[in-house]
Design a protein around this ligand. Structure first.
Ligand code: C5P
Length: 234
């Protein structure tokens, strides 16, 4: 039996401009979501930490998607600042120095390493000077994350199966780039739908715009929860 609560497998990204709008979206979503991601957009408007505390106090799990990437000492000190606030997940980029420093200070935060952004394609990597295959780079970074003591990785639903097959199930796989069949992909390039992500081995999915921009966000989230309930018996 899995230790992950089924309803927590859906992580809704609160990608809105202000903490006040984030609270409104959370209230609109009601019981359909219990795990929230607060990321870059909210971190550059006021009230990020008050929002975090509010979410923790109302019993929600919180994923701080700050994608830290700096010299090791700066990352180490930034992670230390986040400890003890009830954060469940925190992201850092999958650079060896960054991950090693973050692991030292993570305490009870689960550290997730961003392998290759889901908005990056094979052609984008070639343009950046990487000659190899995108999935090999994702796997190499996931392997480094496991070696250095990270708790999981962020990867697309297209790479999850390879990671789980080669590295085992110890690393959590958290998958953004989720789109309903025929949904607007926007800036995402490596997308799968909800069922494909979990069938490929994802432990959690991150969903932003398909919920935020739905006519009825709570109904969109409930429909995703229904799909999840069809995949995981408990
Ligand atoms: O709106 P959408 O569902 O595309 O949002 C995906 C969310 O997941 C965004 O908040 C984005 O920052 C985040 N994310 C991502 N790809 C990664 C890591 C995080 O899309 N590799």
């Amino acid at each position: 039996m899995s230790l992950i609560l089924r309803r927590e497998r859906l992580i809704a990204a609160l990608d809105v401009p202000t903490a006040a709008e984030a609270r409104q979206l959370v209230e609109k979503l009601g019981d359909s979501v219990s795990f929230y991601k607060i990321g870059l957009e909210l971190s550059t408007s006021g009230g990020y930490f008050e929002l975090l505390d509010w979410l923790v106090k109302r019993g929600n799990r919180v994923f701080c998607d700050l994608k830290l990437h700096d010299i090791p000492e700066t990352v180490r000190r930034a992670v230390a600042n986040l400890r003890g606030r009830g954060v469940t997940f925190l992201t850092v980029h999958a650079d060896r120095g960054v991950m090693g420093a973050a692991v030292q200070e993570k305490g009870d935060i689960k550290l997730l390493a961003v392998t290759v952004l889901t908005s990056t394609s094979q052609a984008d990597l070639a343009e950046q000077g990487y000659a190899g295959k995108l999935e090999d780079l994702v796997l190499a970074r996931a392997r480094a994350a496991a070696e250095l003591g990270c708790d999981g990785v962020i990867c697309s639903g297209l790479e999850v199966a390879g990671i789980k097959a080669k590295l085992g199930t110890r690393l959590l796989a958290v998958t953004p780039g989720i789109r309903p069949e025929g949904g607007d992909v926007a800036d995402q390039k490596r997308v799968v739908n909800v069922a494909q992500a979990f069938k490929n081995g994802a432990d959690y999915i991150v969903v932003g715009r398909p919920i935020r921009d739905a006519n009825d966000p709570a109904a969109a989230a409930a429909s995703i929860q229904a799909t999840i309930a069809g995949i995981f018996p408990s």
